[in-house]
Design a protein around this ligand. Structure first.
Ligand code: GLN
Length: 535
């Protein structure tokens, strides 16, 4: 294909409408037609990346293979497209400004006054086009974070305006809005959509396609009214009705021929409608699953919808590939202790111990691990979850009562989890963890090796602390084995208790590498063990 086509996804009326899902779904439909597609997210905040934001501010922090701490929408992009993203797929205002200011300090602007227009907007446009030119994508879909009219997103919106002008037919704007139902009047209201489109038009952007989020089916009368008031042809007014799973959204859009509208508008041949076989099979398996697998997730952010997004999705995918309905139970780690753990967790077929940082809620994780270990319930510990498995084992099995991670207690006499050597001189907190994909060699015959079906794997990391290898012999002689290691640094990446049915702790985050058509083997194996445990 000759020129890269650029599609922007903007949002209006309210936030949280699911621009990321719409972008990912449209990307999926174009990819299914054989195009090379990537999706990027521009976030209008000043942080360089979301790595320093806590889950209350921002939900999960996703990690790319090249070690970028990214917005959680990149997780959706990867899960839908089954294509890895990189740091080029997530840009913030902070990064744009940092790069412009660095250029200014170098003298690159040759005495000019550095301004939002054109210098900031040029830098934004450079980052939009980078993916198209450098990686030769046919379609680059760019999601603009926030809602139209926000002060913060103005430079991004202005860049979209300029690009639409420069690129002509090779550039489209998809605008996502909300059509509320007013129960008292028994009516759907399109006024917020009209206002939001007006706001976009005031910024010089005429949207090409509108996606209306709605709880129930909208009539043709409403759709044509929106088309009329917003200067959009009626076939380009798409409705996105609430569906039971986000994975149905591509099919909802396909039924309304949204991909065909896109192709026509950018001047590409439409061709036959792709079958989306693998995708439909996945949904069919989901629909057909009647038996339930009960999984308990133990963490301190369980009340936040998005804090463990990738873990939730990985478990859902793993359940579907095991032909089970996922029944996920959330346990706040601050509310668990040795007295109530058995009572609360007794119905769980399997337990996941979540990643995290800091002391809060740690004791509850130990209690859940102790329960799982003593009752032989399949248990998967991820990152801090794995570290907690190690500490609990040290305290309860090895009898090292004060064993701890130096993250929690720097003066512990038994540093079974300790700061990594390379971390000891780190002073800046941003982007300085051990991040991204690293090799791991698995021991033949271990549960992890069985799960992956091979010795050499790569998984993504985000941590500063590690298993202290000085204790390795002690742990192994008491029954907790180190079965996964980084071949260069010898860091312990996987521990397990072979005497138990399925008790595995991983220093990496398998949840960042699980997609609809390619579920993560470790989650699939864990859920399988949970199902067998139930029998
Ligand atoms: N806090 C731990 C560390 O930094 C674990 C991090 C995590 O769970 N992502 O090593």
């Amino acid at each position: 294909m000759a020129d890269t086509k650029y599609i922007f996804v903007t949002g209006g009326v309210v936030s949280s409408l699911g621009k990321g899902i719409i972008a990912a779904s449209l990307g999926k439909l174009l990819q299914a037609r054989g195009y090379k597609v990537t999706i990027q997210k521009f976030d209008p905040y000043i942080n360089i990346d979301p790595g320093t934001l806590n889950p209350y501010e921002h939900g999960e922090c996703y990690v790319t293979v090249d070690g970028h701490e990214a917005d959680l929408d990149l997780g959706h992009y990867e899960r839908f497209l089954n294509v890895q993203t990189t740091r080029a797929n997530n840009i913030t205002t902070g990064r744009i400004y940092q790069s412009v200011i660095n250029k200014e300090r170098k003298g690159d602007y040759l005495g000019k006054t550095v301004q939002v227009v054109p210098h900031i907007t040029d830098e934004i446009k450079r980052n939009v086009k980078l993916l198209g030119s450098k990686y030769k994508f046919d379609f680059v879909i760019t999601e603009i974070g926030g809602t139209v009219g926000d002060i913060e997103s103005l430079p991004f919106i202005e860049s979209v305006r300029q690009l639409k002008w420069e690129l002509g037919r090779n550039c489209l704007c998809v605008h996502l809005t909300y059509v509320p139902y007013i129960a008292a009047a028994k009516e759907y209201k399109t006024k917020p959509t009209q206002h939001s489109v007006k706001q976009l038009q005031e910024s010089g952007i005429q949207p090409d396609i509108l996606v209306l989020r709605t709880e129930h089916e909208l009539s043709n009368t409403i759709l044509s009214k929106v088309a009329l008031f917003c200067n959009v042809s009626q076939d380009a007014v798409i409705q996105s009705i609430d569906v039971p799973t986000i994975y149905e959204v591509p099919l909802v859009l396909q039924r309304q021929k949204m991909d065909e509208v896109v192709l026509r508008k950018v001047g590409l041949e439409v061709g036959p409608t792709p079958e989306m076989k693998a995708w439909r099979q996945f949904l069919q398996r989901k629909a057909d699953a009647t038996e339930v697998v009960k999984i308990g997730l133990v963490g301190k952010y369980v009340e936040l919808q998005d804090a463990y997004k990738s873990i939730d999705e990985s478990l859902l995918q793993a359940a579907i590939y095991n032909d089970r309905k996922l029944d996920l139970h959330l346990f706040h780690s601050e509310k668990l202790n040795n007295e109530n753990a058995e009572e609360l967790l007794k119905d769980m077929d399997g337990i996941v111990i979540a990643p995290g940082f800091g002391q809060r809620g740690i004791e509850g994780k130990f209690a859940a691990i102790k329960y799982a270990r003593e009752h032989d319930v399949p248990c998967l510990g991820i990152c801090l979850g794995m570290q907690c498995m190690v500490i609990e084992f040290a305290r309860d099995v090895l009898g090292l009562k004060d064993a701890n991670s130096t993250e929690m207690e720097p003066n512990t006499p038994h540093k079974v989890i300790d700061l990594m050597e390379e971390q000891k001189n780190v002073t800046n907190m941003g982007g300085s963890m051990r991040l991204g994909a690293y090799d791991c060699v698995l021991e033949k015959g271990s549960k992890a090796w069985e799960a992956y079906g091979k010795e050499h794997i790569q998984e993504r990391h985000r941590h500063r602390f590690e298993f202290n290898s000085e204790y390795r012999h002690l742990f192994e002689s008491a029954g907790m084995k180190c079965v996964g290691e980084n071949p260069e640094s010898n860091l312990v990446e996987v521990v397990e208790i072979p005497a138990l049915k399925w008790f595995v702790g991983v220093q990496f985050h398998p949840e960042y590498n699980s997609t609809v058509v390619n579920p993560n083997p470790l989650f699939v194996s864990f859920v399988k063990a949970a199902i067998e445990n139930k029998k």
